[in-house]
Design a protein. Structure first.
Length: 609
């Protein structure tokens, strides 16, 4: 066969719908067969992506999404199994969307094969040197495809409205294990070759790959954990409740659809808390607090096995359907296992975070406080805020309060089973909600106030009020301290991570000696719990407590989770000296951050005066 070469097309402006160049409404991909070789030296993946297509409309081309990847050649195959090389075209490059890959197809074309390699700058892939891992012996690779980064490592229809099954062959250095969002091995292969199969149709943002020196340990019937050998025992200890979380979730909203549920504990540079890759959640090691106090993150990622993975948002503007449902569901799992008081404490903290985001957004971009977002021409990552997560959750909770739990839970069970392995959007959800639930009682529709929640800015007056006895205890301690200014008046016996966070968020305008006394009493500078560390360092910057700065710099150099980085950088950027410090820290820490986290901080540094 002759290698056909691609031509670059610059003149024609391509139509972009749903953050994807793909013509998925005309030609849809139903299955992906991936073959990849992982090259740690070049920091590149080399291989072939073969897509089974359904040409519903008789279209003469298949358009795929790509970004920073090099297409080497393309072949098409017909129903009789005959293959031939074709000449493909690349569209103009857009900095957010990448470039369209335009492949000529024929009426009887059944599959398209793209030979390609990624480039070291592929944003979905983070290549870690041994020093950047926990055990510091072997390199590590992990992917993060959400929202539209799958196209930086696989040419496909990168759009949540398209679902496909997949199989993959992945070759890695023999001493490492490869894992995907699919059926996974539980031990290393001798030759570094692995085969994967995902028999349930998934959207592209759930494509995932990790390669590293990891080991597996079972946690129960259908759950287990993968981690670097030095992190495995700690991780197993932290996740003892995982199997009962799965059982509780199934009791709430129906059978778990994905076979196994395992968690991979990643090295610290992972930019998110967790990513709900099907069958295998990717998780930050910062949730391994030693006291199981941060496992709500696992409940969250597990809940995505229903909201998001099973029922998917059709566009990124509908993202709240994904995250709002998940935060609500997460809370219900936590309540079932740890009781109402504990779950209400988490909900109250979420309410505080929502208020904080609303206060900022109402000044800067009020339209971004609507649940349904207009993301035309924008990066879908702009929609990843507390609005989708927390405002979404409080909307669903307000429905629960109006209609009562029995009706609401029955509605959710039918919502998940009716839409399983499909997509939905805001308009369809509202219609379904009205038809199946709110129309049952004329009072409900008015009381729920759906339109204001979804299409208006800010927070409706019927937002549920959360009272947490546990957090009130903290507020009383703060009030006592504000009068006496004595640290001894803050009684922290029985505090969990969440009590600490509430305390640190409620203390305002502290003097140097008060910060020092608190540090001496509670040993906060250098603390191993990242949640508490983040709030303590933010407070230290806000109150100019320099004794904490060197540990804070270590923290910013060792942790890559965006949730912890942003509040501290943001606090630093409020003063000119702080800005200088932030720039210096970023310069040394940047190489350890994931592109997603580094990009956000780079923008913050640029925007700061
Ligand atoms: Zn989530």
């Amino acid at each position: 066969m002759v290698m056909a070469c691609g031509t670059r097309k610059n003149a024609e402006k391509m139509k972009v719908e749903n953050h994807s160049y793909s013509n998925y409404k005309e030609v849809s991909v139903s299955h992906l067969n991936l073959s990849l070789k992982v090259d740690f030296n070049k920091k590149e993946l080399w291989g072939t992506s073969t897509l089974t297509i359904k040409n519903n409309s008789g279209a003469n081309k298949l358009i795929l999404d790509t970004r920073t990847l090099k297409v080497d050649h393309v072949a098409i195959t017909d129903a009789d199994g005959k293959s031939k090389e074709v000449t493909f075209e690349m569209g103009a490059t857009d900095s957010i969307l990448g470039a369209a890959l335009i492949i000529p197809i024929e009426k009887n074309t059944t599959s398209v094969s793209v030979a390609y390699h990624t480039l070291p700058e592929s944003e979905a892939l983070q290549w870690l040197s041994p020093e950047q891992t926990h055990d510091k012996k072997n390199p590590f690779l992990f992917s993060q495809s959400q929202a539209i980064l799958a196209r930086t490592w696989i040419p496909l229809q990168d759009c949540p409205a398209v679902r496909f099954t997949y199989e993959a062959k992945v070759e890695v250095p023999p001493h490492l294990m490869a894992l995907m969002s699919a059926e996974n091995p539980s031990a290393k292969s001798k030759d570094g070759k692995y085969n994967f199969r995902q028999t349930k149709p998934i959207p592209s943002y759930l494509m995932a790959l990790a390669v590293g020196d990891v080991e597996f340990k079972s946690l129960g019937r259908n759950s287990g954990v993968y981690a670097e050998p030095g992190m495995l025992a700690k991780s197993v200890n932290e996740f003892v409740d995982m199997q009962s979380m799965i059982d509780s979730a199934e009791a709430l909203y129906g059978p778990y659809a994905w076979g196994r549920y395992d968690v991979l504990v990643l090295p610290p540079s992972f930019p998110f808390g967790g990513m709900e890759n099907p069958c295998l959640t990717f998780a930050t090691p910062t949730i391994i607090a030693g006291d199981r106090s941060l496992v709500s993150l696992i409940a969250h990622e597990l809940a995505h096995s229903w909201s998001g993975n099973l029922v998917t948002n059709e566009t990124w503007s509908d993202f709240w359907l994904n995250e709002g449902f998940t935060v609500y569901f997460e809370q219900r799992i936590m309540e079932k296992i740890y009781g109402r008081d504990y779950a209400e404490m988490l909900t109250a903290l979420g309410r505080g975070e929502l208020q904080h985001s609303l206060d900022d957004l109402m000044k800067e971009a009020p339209d971004d406080t609507k649940l349904y977002l207009n993301l035309d021409g924008r990066n879908p990552d702009d929609g990843v805020t507390d609005i989708a997560y927390e405002k979404g959750r409080f909307f669903l909770r307000s429905i629960e309060e109006v209609v009562g739990r029995t009706e609401w839970d029955a509605f959710l069970r039918s919502y998940f089973s009716t839409h399983a392995f499909g997509t939905t959007n805001t308009k369809n959800f509202i219609a379904y909600l009205n038809e199946k639930l709110l129309s049952k009682n004329p009072e409900w529709n008015k009381a729920v106030n759906t339109d204001e929640w979804i299409f208006k800015t800010g927070l409706p007056a019927n937002c549920p009020v959360v009272n947490s006895k546990e957090l009130q205890r903290v507020e009383e301690a703060v009030a006592k301290f504000e009068k006496s200014r004595k640290v001894a008046d803050i009684q922290t016996k029985g505090y969990t991570t969440h009590h600490w966070l509430h305390l640190l968020r409620n203390l305002k305008s502290l003097k140097q000696e008060e910060m020092a006394a608190m540090d001496k009493e509670f040993k906060l500078t250098g603390i191993g719990n990242s949640e508490i560390a983040c709030d303590w360092y933010r407070l230290s910057v806000e109150n100019g407590y320099e004794a904490a700065y060197s540990e804070m710099e270590k923290f910013l150099n060792s942790v890559g989770r965006r949730k912890f980085l942003l509040p501290i950088y943001k606090a630093l950027l409020k003063t000119p000296e702080g800005k200088k410090r932030a720039e210096a820290i970023f310069k040394s820490a940047e190489k350890g951050y994931h592109a997603v986290a580094a990009g956000t901080i780079r923008d913050m540094l640029k925007e700061a005066k």
